[in-house]
Ligand binder design. Structure first.
Ligand code: AP5
Length: 251
């Protein structure tokens, strides 16, 4: 079944971190415009050449480039899609609305001071795009990606001066999308402060709610549950829903 989630929030609010966990658990295909653009820059493609100067300055890549890119990527996905970093302007949101319906716009709310600290301490993997933090999410071995063993690096746009500009750009261009999705009735705002796992608990509850509304169910449970058996608490990942009437409807 089709389902689309948009991740909103300022730079460093945890869109990538939470998006990775969501796609692992619920099977969403995560499309991150930032990852795509950085890869294009690294590979020296036409897209990368056009995007680089905007990214280095902490500005937005022009709408026509991004909309063209995302239309193709989204068209190639036929199921559950998680959009991380797109849309970022009202024009992009309108273009997306022409292509598909957004079921949930998840907005992560974090104060500027915390964002600046997170971004200046972030280290990223150039190969698999995994994200680390020098204090809150250290790799097992200093400077080396846990997942693929590549050397971690600091993004050029994570230097403090550029981060401040990115926050300005966010406020001017992307914040209006909070209102945009609020009016469409699909917005859920989550305070993105606390541990990564604490925030994820809130995020996954919001996603479960759209599954309950008739969206796609989470990935199949382990084999210890059959369709007729009562799930054991060990297998059923949503203890709060276990005894609820809603649960029985879903069964
Ligand atoms: P993009 O890569 O999308 O950057 P962004 O939106 O600024 O988001 P970030 O990747 O910086 O942060 P995040 O929210 O994903 O946080 P993360 O999980 O990494 O875009 C880069 C550039 O590309 C843009 O500036 C623009 O030029 C261009 N671009 C992209 N999309 C575009 C579009 N649609 N239109 C035009 N231009 C576009 O977390 C950050 C750090 O915090 C990590 O170190 C993480 O470990 C840590 N962390 C996460 N959660 C917590 C927590 N709860 N507590 C402590 N630390 C935490």
């Amino acid at each position: 079944m089709k389902s689309t989630i948009v991740l909103l929030g300022p730079p460093g609010s945890g869109k990538g971190t939470q998006g990775e966990k969501l796609s692992d658990e619920f099977g969403y295909v995560r499309l991150s415009t930032g990852d795509m653009l950085r890869e294009a820059v690294r590979n020296g493609t036409e897209l990368g050449k056009k995007a680089k100067s905007y990214m280095d300055a902490g500005g937005l890549v022009p709408n026509d480039i991004i909309i063209g890119l995302m239309k193709e990527k989204i068209a190639a996905c036929n199921g559950k899609v998680l959009l991380d970093g797109f849309p970022r302007t009202v024009e992009q949101a309108d273009a997306l609305a022409e292509q598909l319906d957004v079921d949930l716009a998840l907005n992560l709310d974090v104060a500027d001071e915390e964002l600046i600290s997170r971004l200046t301490n972030r280290r990223s993997c150039p190969d698999c795009n995994a994200v680390y933090h020098l204090v809150t999410k250290k790799p097992k071995k200093d400077g080396v990606c846990d997942k693929c063993g590549a050397q971690l690096y600091q993004r050029d746009d994570d230097k403090e001066a550029t981060v401040k500009n990115r926050l300005e750009v966010y406020r001017k261009n992307t914040m209006p999308l909070i209102d945009y999705y609020q009016k469409k009735g699909t917005l859920v705002t989550i305070m993105g402060v606390g541990s990564i796992d604490e925030i994820y608990e809130k995020v996954r509850k919001a996603v479960q709610r759209i599954s309950m509304r008739g969206g796609p169910p989470p990935r199949p449970l382990p084999l210890c549950q059959t369709s007729r058996s009562i799930p054991s608490p060990r297998c059923w990942p949503y203890p709060n829903l276990y005894l609820s009437p809603l649960f029985r409807v879903i069964q």
